[in-house]
Design a protein. Sequence first.
Length: 97
Amino acid sequence: MRYMVVFDDTPEMAAVRQRLEPEHLAFLERYRSEIPMAGGLRKEPGGAYTGALWVFEVSSRERAVELIQLDPYYQAHARRYRLEFWGKAFPEVSVLM
């Protein structure tokens, strides 16, 4: 199943990103088969991060929540999230991003 999550950073998140970026990126690499797309959100290119977006390929909503809670950035309690099931338009069409 495909889910997507949008994270909203709190003001404390900038310091968390600076401190935990290597651990966060290692986490994303470790779970790349279940989180094939992930990245930070900004108002404009090069601007400050405002949050992040991930796309999951997981067996259940519970697994998506489990992965969110394993992320070092999330464990720092500096971001909120909204998790939604995502039904891709034209599911038969493969897209490379």
